[in-house]
Ligand binder design. Structure first.
Ligand code: COA
Length: 187
């Protein structure tokens, strides 16, 4: 992927990673509000490893979780994009869409808007036929984004996340799917 990759939506830009995104990325991973539905906060060292992996993988694959800027506003409000989960589950392999925004930017419709841009890229640019999303059952904000995108959940596809220990309250997950023909690119 070139350094000038970008997906534009009415208010947002999803773009290539830059070295100077690291501090904001590490801060996001260390914020308990943002990480409420993840098993743990991410240390600065672990964020450094993940950051290096994300940058390399996004450049190599041509897609990944991209940094999101508000056009004419703040840079790096979070990350939204496409990934290839590599754990063992009934619905994999599949391309997943996901999102993580800094808490001060929640509630403006940014996650949904950025996700529409990423979905359009996945379906039109990459030619994907289906994109999935999943989250822990109690993450109502994230599930609402999935609903607003027109993604559909089948309760019989709920699963226990294999990378979260048995008995952990975040282990039960819901799966949502969106087929290319059901995607509506505008609200
Ligand atoms: C999930 C997240 C990306 C949503 O970002 P956002 O920009 O606020 O999302 P949007 O504004 O596009 O949509 C959020 C929706 O959730 C709704 N919502 C917010 N809090 C809610 C709650 N407690 N109960 C029910 N719905 C809620 C909002 O009202 C909005 O729906 P609406 O447009 O119908 O009013 C953001 O909260 C986040 O980064 N959370 C932490 C990271 C995370 O959990 N990521 C997902 C892991 S799978």
């Amino acid at each position: 992927m070139s350094d000038d990759f970008e997906i534009r939506t009415p208010r947002l830009r999803l773009r290539s990673w830059r070295d100077d995104d690291f501090e904001a990325y590490a801060a996001l991973n260390a914020d308990p509000r943002v990480m409420e539905f993840y098993p743990s906060l991410v240390s600065r060292d672990e964020s450094r490893d993940r950051f290096d992996r994300w940058c390399a993988r996004t450049a190599e694959r041509g897609y990944g979780y991209w940094p999101v800027d508000v056009i004419g506003g703040p840079s790096f409000i979070g990350l939204v994009g496409l990934a290839d989960p590599d754990f063992d589950a009934h619905f994999l392999p599949a391309v997943e869409i996901g999102w993580r925004l800094a808490a001060e930017h929640w509630g403006h419709g940014y996650a949904t808007e950025a996700a529409r841009g990423a979905l359009a890229f996945g379906f039109d640019g990459l030619g994907l036929r289906e994109i999935v999303a999943f989250t822990t059952t109690g993450n109502v904000r994230s599930r609402r984004v999935m609903d607003k995108l027109g993604m559909r959940r089948s309760p019989d596809e709920d699963f226990l996340h294999p990378l979260i220990p048995p008995g952990h309250p975040l282990r039960p997950h819901v799966l949502y799917r969106l087929r290319r023909e059901d995607f509506v690119p505008t609200p």
